[in-house]
Design a protein around this ligand. Structure first.
Ligand SMILES: N[C@@H](CCC(=O)N[C@@H](CS)C(=O)NCC(=O)O)C(=O)O
Length: 209
């Protein structure tokens, strides 16, 4: 690990995708190798400086010690895992496929939640009730599927899928607490409590600001 040097992460305490990366870095013992740069994105204001490094203008964007720039959160997490020789991305193909599917499910839930948040922030007359209903229905469907997989989540070695799903559920708590997703999903709620108890997770709770 000695040749990793110092890395720079475009960071925000509000971004759930950044939170994925921060939790992965802590799980892998790399958090002290990363300098955080508070980077404000979103809305309609472009960020030319960030876009020179990542033309998508999105965070997380990680700059390695040698200047190599990597994004998005799945790629950054896999790169960190490889640097640390970790097991967040299992070597065994079947285990890896399961971890990647859970990661996709968690990331997809975040994608929907961010669309929903943007819609909620629009003036009332511009909001689309059919979209809100579609997104609420999809998130409900994901939660019900995860309630059915809670035993597998609890019984599988901790991997990037757990990080993504735990962060997606945490984002519902952060932005959509009124949804009360734990109602009717006791097994998933119990698994999420074990997730929140991990030091890497507790050290990286979402925050305004
Ligand atoms: N698929 C990307 C999504 C990253 C993303 O959308 N980040 C948001 C912040 S939470 C962002 O940068 N939004 C700015 C924009 O879309 O212009 C990932 O997993 O890293």
């Amino acid at each position: 690990m000695n040749d990793i040097g110092r890395m720079t992460l475009h960071w925000s305490p509000r971004s759930p995708y950044v939170r994925k990366v921060m939790i992965a870095a802590h799980e892998l013992g790399l958090q002290d190798r990363i300098d955080l740069v508070r980077t404000v994105v979103g809305g309609t204001t472009p960020h030319p400086e960030l876009m020179r490094q990542n033309p998508l203008g999105k965070i997380p964007t990680l700059v390695l010690a040698d200047g190599t720039i990597i994004y998005d959160s799945p790629v950054v997490c896999e790169a960190l895992n490889r640097m640390a020789g970790g097991s967040l991305f299992p070597a065994d193909w079947a285990a890896r496929l399961g971890a990647l599917r859970w990661q996709a499910l968690g990331s997809g839930m975040l994608d929907i939640s961010l669309l929903r948040l943007a819609e909620r922030n629009k003036p009332e007359p511009q909001r689309s009730a059919p979209h809100e209903a579609l997104w609420v229905g999809k998130i409900g469907c994901c939660l019900d599927a995860l309630e059915g997989e809670a035993g597998a989540l609890a019984g599988t070695a901790f991997n990037i899928g757990h990080v993504a799903i735990g962060v997606a559920l945490g984002y519902l708590d952060f932005r959509f607490a009124a949804d009360a997703w734990r109602e009717r999903r006791p097994k998933l709620a119990a698994w999420h409590a074990t997730f929140n108890a991990r030091p890497a997770v507790a050290a990286n709770m979402p925050q305004e600001g």
